[in-house]
Each structure stands twice: as C-alpha cells, then as structure tokens.
Design a protein around this ligand. Structure first.
Ligand SMILES: O=C(O)CCC(=O)C(=O)O
Ligand SMILES: [Fe+2]
Ligand SMILES: [Mn+2]
Length: 233
C-alpha cells in the first residue's frame, strides 16, 4: 500500500514541475471559445473547431457510463476508507487542493464488473494496466491545478469515472496556452484522455467559482473520481 501511494505522490510531483514550466511559457494568451458547433457532442468545446476535431479520438466523454445503482455500489465500497482520511488543503505546492485519495487493487464483484467495462472502453486489449485503481476525493472547495501525469509511471491513456458531481476538465496545450479544450464531465460519466491529449496538454479540474461551460454555471459538489491508467510502453 505504501509503495502504491508513493506512485501517486510521484504523479502529483510531476504535475508541479509542469506548472512551473507553464508559468514561464511565452505563448500567447488564452483566446475565446470557438463559435462553431462541436463535432463530437455537446460535452466538449475548445479554442477552435479544428482543435476539437483533431483531438476527437483522443478526448472522449461518455455521459451516463454508469447507473445510479452502480455509483452507489462504488461509493459504498470507497466511503469507509475515505472517511478515515482528512482532506488536504494546506500544501501550497501540491497539484491538487482540497483532496483525499487512496487506491485499490481488489474490488467487490459488482465494482470489478464496472471497472472491466471501463477498461474495455478505454484501453486496447493488450495494454498492460497499472494494477491499483486511483481514487481521488475532491472536497466541494477542492480543485486540480494544471498538470501532466508522470510519463515515468503512467502510459498513454487515462480513464476516469466521475462520481457525485458534474465538473469541468480543462486541457491546455503545454507549449501554447491559447490552444485549449473544456470538457463537461457529468456525474456518472467516463472520460478518456489518450496520446497527444494526455502528453502534450495539461489537464485540470476547475474550482467551483470557475466552473462554467459555454457560459453556463456548472456547480461543483464534492467529487470522487475512479481513475484507471495503463503502464508506460
Ligand atoms: O480526478 C480526476 O478526474 C483527475 C485526477 C488527476 O488528474 C490525477 O490524479 O492526476
Ligand atoms: Fe492527472
Ligand atoms: Mn500533500
């Protein structure tokens, strides 16, 4: 368990380095949203139609990927362990603010079945996966700052189930911040980030005050994500 938590800490540490690089970036400022309708559903928007189009196989949001009953089953399994931990707010250099986290290797059969569906939807059949599933519990006031997951410890694909709250995930091109996508992640959705979207763009979860999608406020509640990753090639 200790070794696994260390991996997560390393994922987060990589994130902080990326933020420092971002701050010194000389690229132009963020531009307004693209005026054209989104080609892959109402849940993704971005700085240009071309960018949304180019990343359409690398950024997926599947609403209602799990049922209310499945969400309840996952939370029933996770809540007792999470409740023993305290939300962390005061580490100024963390990539994540207002969170507690854990990971889990073995799950009750009902949950394992859900995770198998996630794996089948997100990863190629022959892709070796990171054994432990990462569980991140964000307080209502919590948020995730822009970062890129560690390339040393995680592979090309990140797949996350979103429980308890809608949220906005923002992707920003690491070397050019005017290129961005916003993803509306509804409660009980699955998102998948692959390849360029995973390696060349930072991802973040917006805080409640900034949680707006196409001009509409998306209130942030406490949010629990269940994240599967593959191993580096
Ligand atoms: O909560 C999520 O969906 C993403 C978490 C994340 O970016 C991370 O742990 O690296
Ligand atoms: Fe991440
Ligand atoms: Mn910390």
């Amino acid at each position: 368990m200790k070794a696994l938590l260390t991996v997560i800490k390393r994922i987060h540490r990589a994130a902080v380095c990326t933020r420092r690089q971002l701050r010194s970036s000389s690229c132009a400022r963020r531009s307004g949203p693209c005026p054209s309708p989104e080609p892959h559903g109402a849940l993704v928007t971005g700085s240009s139609w071309e960018l949304v189009q180019r990343l359409r196989t690398q950024v997926e949001v599947r609403p209602a990927f799990i049922t209310e009953e499945e969400e309840t089953a996952l939370l029933r399994e996770l809540e007792p362990g999470l409740r023993k931990k305290r939300y962390e707010f005061d580490h100024w250099d963390d990539a994540i603010h207002g969170y507690r986290e854990t990971e889990r290797v073995t799950w009750a059969p009902a949950c394992e079945e859900i995770l198998d569906r996630v794996r089948a939807a997100a990863f190629p059949a022959d892709s070796p996966l990171l054994g432990p599933v990462h569980v991140l519990d964000l307080d209502k006031a919590g948020y995730i700052k822009p970062h890129v997951d560690s390339v040393k410890f995680c592979g090309s694909t990140i797949a996350g189930l979103c429980l308890l709250s809608d949220s906005i995930m923002r992707l920003v091109k690491e070397d050019c911040s005017k290129e961005w996508l916003d993803l509306l992640l509804p409660r009980r959705s699955l998102y998948v980030l692959r390849d360029e979207a995973r390696y060349k763009f930072t991802h973040e979860i917006l805080k409640d005050e900034e949680s707006v999608f196409k001009g509409q406020k998306v209130p942030r509640q406490r949010r629990v994500s269940v994240i599967c990753r593959n191993l580096p090639a």
